[in-house]
Write a protein that binds this ligand. Structure first.
Ligand code: ADP
Ligand code: MG
Length: 258
């Protein structure tokens, strides 16, 4: 049993506080969905957990099975068992997927005997053209192909916890269903997932244990899967309009304050 614990996390980007007081914990086999309006800080949360440069944690902690992830470099966080599917996955010219995965597995002290066969099986199970496996990692792939490519990598690397930022971006309805079903299967083998999405239909295949609404850099509410369905009906208006704590009337009489 693994557990990722995010406790009271605050994150700054470019000197501006984007997230404050975010707490979440995800155990093996659980799926937590984070939903929220554009600009709420969902990708900032993922980037901060994975240690992307420019995302400064100003308070709080992130641990995986007791290991302080914030003290580690990004590659060490991956080695500890974290996998991150970025909203827009990075292209890596000159590096083939098989070579990257072999190097990662060796560095984690494991390996796979027949990588080409494993990749071909994963690719065909989610409708990824096997001819694309020989390309440089993610280079010149469509948005949907990139999400499939990342899903193949995740399946082969077998992480403890995956953070998946907008799996739905780039995938058509059928693609989304297939890829979400593959991730769901991984959760049955013990993968814990934090999935960022706008679409309750993703959660039809990848069933969420908890749904969190992130707006204005804070978790506004947490519920079960029914919350996702309700959000589709109501939108995020109520959460987006809640008065942020920083928007208090200034002490001085400011005629431009709205
Ligand atoms: P979401 O993923 O919820 O749409 P983001 O986390 O991408 O939101 O963005 C939250 C806020 O942080 C936005 O105002 C965005 O402009 C800002 N932000 C995020 N990343 C950066 C960055 N690298 N540089 C500058 N601003 C950023
Ligand atoms: Mg985002």
């Amino acid at each position: 049993m693994s557990e990722l614990i995010i406790d009271n996390l605050a994150v700054e980007v470019g000197g501006k506080e984007i997230l404050s007081d975010v707490s979440l914990s995800i155990r093996s086999g659980e799926v937590h969905a984070v939903m929220g309006p554009n600009g709420a800080g969902k990708s900032t949360l993922s980037n901060a957990i994975m240690g992307r440069a420019g995302y400064t944690v100003t308070s709080g902690s992130v641990t995986l099975d007791g290991i302080d992830l914030l003290a580690l470099e990004t590659f060490e966080r991956a080695k500890a068992g974290l996998f991150y599917v970025m909203q827009a996955p990075t292209e890596v010219p000159g590096v083939r997927m098989a070579d990257m995965l072999n190097a990662s597995l060796v560095s984690a002290g494991t390996g796979i005997t027949d990588m080409p066969a494993a990749l071909a099986a994963e690719a065909s199970s989610i409708g990824f053209d096997v001819a694309l496996l020989d390309r440089s990692l993610n280079v010149d792939l469509s948005g949907g192909e990139k999400k499939r490519s990342e899903t193949i990598q995740m399946s082969v690397l077998n992480p403890k916890i995956a953070i998946i930022d907008e799996l739905d971006s780039g995938l058509d309805v059928d693609g989304l269903r297939t890829v979400a079903a593959r991730v769901e299967k991984l959760t049955h083998d013990g993968l814990g997932v934090l999935v960022i999405t706008h679409f309750p239909r993703l959660l039809a295949e990848l069933s969420a244990d908890k749904v969190h609404v992130l707006a204005q850099g804070r978790i506004m509410t947490t519920g079960g899967p029914e919350l996702a369905t309700e959000l589709e009906r109501t939108g995020y208006g109520a959460y987006a309009e809640a008065e942020p704590e920083t928007k208090k009337r200034p002490e001085i009489d400011d005629p431009f304050f709205l």
